[in-house]
Design a protein around this ligand. Sequence first.
Ligand code: DAH
Length: 364
Amino acid sequence: MTEDLDTLRDHLLGAIPAADSAEALEALRVEALGKQGSITQALKTLGKMTPEQRQSEGPRINGLREAVATAIATRKAALDRAALDARLASETRDMTLPADAPIAGTVHPVSQVMDELAEIFADLGFAVATGPEIEDDWHNFTALNIPETHPARAMHDTFYFPDGAAGTGEAPRMLLRTHTSPVQIRTMLDQPPPIRIIAPGRTYRSDSDATHTPMFHQVEGLVIDKGITLGHLKWTLETFLKAFFERDDIVLRLRPSYFPFTEPSAEVDVGYTIEKGKRVIGGSGGGWMEVLGSGMVHPKVIAACGLDPAVWQGFAFGCGIDRLAMLKYGMDDLRAFFDGDIRWLKHYGFSSLDVPTLSGGVGA
Ligand code: DAH
């Protein structure tokens, strides 16, 4: 027995480090530690031994078992490492070589629609304005005639920053802007009228389902001048939507509504028809779809920005960009917009070389 164990030890501890593949190593493991393995069998002999024999043989057999298990683990790690090295070596790629197939990214539909909007409104004399996504309470709400106690605040599902310094008179309470409307305020404070701007950008609300994501995109429009009327608003929106949907048969319906920052306020629906079982914007035989909120800028908002509402009037509108993209390009789940799935982007994305122009067609 003693010699047998020594022979076994020499054999196994010699063969294991020399095993040249995972399969060879596994065969040795089964040979030694498997159900019928030599060490397993040796352990079974312990039961038939005298207590004295067991006392001397037990530690030897168990010691061998441990030594063999350790040797197998060590060899396995070395083989795994070698296999990984071989894989890494065979899969190297020379990034300086020219691509044999064009690796082109695509323009996300949201970026595409933003470019289309900028192009359409630039043609109408609008500049693009921006504002911070981390806003303070005053620009996002108070200056827009939504005071602290206003129910509209609850409807906005606002993400507030934790310091909660509201009402302390110290640092202003910060939040993620819930709409692009604060850019109206920043623009009026920044530059003298006349003003014609659109402000596309990210907005945030604590909301999530097939048509709402916590981050989404809006575009704000603002015109401040003398003698501005609802007629200017309607014409502008009609001209915009015709250019955007690239159809002349766009029909708008202005429904009286309420927003704290406009008076009067109107929600704008666009008519659709059913073609081959699908809703297509244009005409109104199929029904109406709400596309944006708008109105004449409230005198209080104009005054909050230091302008005299008796002299200056204007209109404003706000519109969901993601929704515009869905309506124009036919996606039905908003959440997919932000999954970053390359297959979705390949399908719905746009060529970066196809810049929207009014003459070439804004729809790419
Ligand atoms: N800010 C509004 C919202 O997010 C949308 C809106 C409505 C903007 C009317 C406007 C407006 O400028 O006049 O729900």
